[in-house]
Design a protein around this ligand. Structure first.
Ligand code: IMP
Length: 500
């Protein structure tokens, strides 16, 4: 039996979501289960996500094309659902890569109701972030916040609008009139500079008086519409029919529970509900239609990109500031901290060591990801949304660590703060996190530290052959938070997977 069939068991609809702030390695499991699936669907997020697809020796980072695209040739449907933020420019660019590589995408469908990312959304996202003194989110600059804001303000456009020039023009002009009012409050020089970014076609849409040239947008976007029209469909109906026929459906999560606009650490979140609930809804299903939800957790650490509290962050505020500094990349960091290691006594350097060991640099932005130990209070919080079936990924990253610490609970050290009926006071112990940054910012982790396993596990394929120290840690987490670990991932390749 293949690993994928063993993992899916009797389920016919399986979802893969993340129990942290994203980047836990969902792509590997979408790829692995992609072999089993007949339909693979994304339901939330947009070009803010990034996953690496290996084509022979080459690696590509795709943002919109689903991770299962390499299965297209065997007839697997890949669907970009209605809950996503769809940027046609990014999509056409990615299709260009598939064309150049001779890869087929004849079963790729795009929801007609996906929210349409337009130049004004990317511009606003960037201009708002660059102007923010306080309240910066650290977004990926892909227009995600403004596009969902337009949707809920009932002035958004959707993919279908690309197919009808007259209604596209009408809706676009209304939207731009509104945006112009907002844009007038920002520095025109900054607007001009942003509009010359490659994601905004190097100034193609820029215009001095109204900033955005609607004719240029109409021309470019209706051309995208012509390029994509054969793929645009009512995908909700398609997925529901596949579900009714008991076809094998794989739902590909984006980001993570803690970044969900509904259940995450608001406002330091993305703007879609990237939990299981949002994912199911974003492809036209109900949460209860999902037979198996696999929630990914890095073993035994976590990362965060962008702003917002992160109680177990190694190096604390120093790390947060360092990771937010413009221009720091994997290369510059390695040059500045050649000796940083997982066992550093200084926690800031240890965080860098962990980042290097796990290659934790943003797939979309290249930013260094903030790193810290696994946080069980936050995991307990997430499980209420994604259930108890868990996958531990990236375990090999900690192969050389002398000691591995796990946060079992917090002590609250902030001012008195009322959350509903609960009054948070200094010294209070917290076992299950709450997603309110006003509280999380003052949560001091209590750690339990364990010896590492000091050996390479990337060649191990059987649970029995894993080091005792790793097995003990896994059982400790299982008991502490009440999860069932289904998979231990010991490396990036499909085969480096132990299904329990
Ligand atoms: P946005 O989704 O670009 O609006 O960014 C909002 C927040 O979500 C920022 O802190 C981003 O760093 C974070 N974010 C968005 N997408 C991802 C992702 O795929 N991985 C990790 N963080 C993400």
């Amino acid at each position: 039996m293949s690993l994928a069939s063993k993992l899916a068991g009797k389920a016919s609809t399986v979802a893969v979501v993340c129990n942290q702030w994203g980047d836990t390695g969902k792509g590997k499991f979408v790829d692995l289960l992609g072999e089993w699936a007949e339909v693979i669907a994304r339901g939330t997020g947009g070009a803010n996500a990034g996953h690496t697809v290996r084509v022979g020796e080459k690696k590509y980072i795709f943002h919109l094309v689903p991770s299962g695209i390499l299965y297209d040739a065997k007839g697997t449907w890949n669907i970009i659902g209605g809950g996503t933020a769809f940027d046609p420019r990014a999509m056409v660019e990615e299709l260009g890569i598939l064309d150049r590589e001779g890869l087929s995408y004849t079963h790729l469908l795009i929801a007609q109701n996906a929210r349409l990312v337009l130049p004004q959304h990317i511009l606003l996202d960037r201009v708002q972030e660059s102007a923010a003194k306080q309240g910066k989110i650290g977004t990926t600059g892909r227009g995600i916040g403004p596009v969902y804001a337009d949707y809920y303000a009932r002035m958004g456009l959707c993919v279908n609008d690309l197919l009808n020039k007259d209604s596209f023009r009408k809706k676009l002009e209304r939207n731009l009139r509104e945006k112009l009012r907002l844009l007038r409050s920002y520095d025109p020089a900054v607007i001009r500079e942003i509009l010359h970014h490659p994601h905004l076609e190097q100034g193609r849409f820029w215009e001095a008086r109204e900033f955005l040239n609607s004719e240029a947008i109409i021309e470019a976007y209706t051309a995208y519409g012509r390029r994509l029209e054969g793929m645009i469909r009512e995908t909700d109906v398609f997925v529901r029919e596949a579900h009714a026929k008991k076809q094998r459906i794989l739902l590909e999560g984006a980001q993570g529970n803690l970044l969900s606009v509904d259940i995450g650490t608001y406002p330091f979140v993305t703007s879609s509900d990237c939990s299981l609930r949002g994912l199911a809804q974003g492809v036209g299903l109900r949460e209860r239609d999902v037979d198996l939800c696999l929630g990914i957790v890095r073993g035994f650490y976590m990362t965060r990109v962008g702003e917002g509290p992160f109680p177990t962050e190694l190096g604390g505020a120093q790390s947060a500031v360092w990771c937010a500094t413009a221009g720091i990349t994997k290369v510059t960091e390695a040059a500045q901290f050649p000796h940083a290691s997982l066992d550093d006594q200084d926690s800031f350097s240890q965080g860098i060591g962990l980042r290097m060991a796990g290659d934790e640099y943003g797939a979309t932005t290249g930013r260094p990801r903030r790193t810290g130990w696994l946080d069980l209070p936050l995991l307990r919080y997430c499980l209420a949304y994604s259930g108890p079936e868990v996958i531990f990924t990236k375990l090999d990253v900690l192969d050389t660590a002398k000691e591995i610490c796990i946060c079992t609970e917090y002590v609250y050290k902030g001012p008195e703060y009322r959350l509903g009926a609960t009054l948070f006071q200094k010294g209070m112990k917290i076992r299950t996190a709450v997603a309110d940054p006003e509280i999380l910012a003052y949560c001091v982790p209590v750690y339990r530290c364990f010896p590492g396993w000091h050996t390479s596990i990337s060649g191990v394929r059987d649970y029995a052959a894993l080091p005792r120290a790793l097995k003990d840690l896994t059982s400790f987490v299982e008991k502490e938070v009440g999860v069932r670990v289904r998979v231990l991932s010991v490396g990036p390749d499909r085969g480096q997977t132990i299904v329990l």
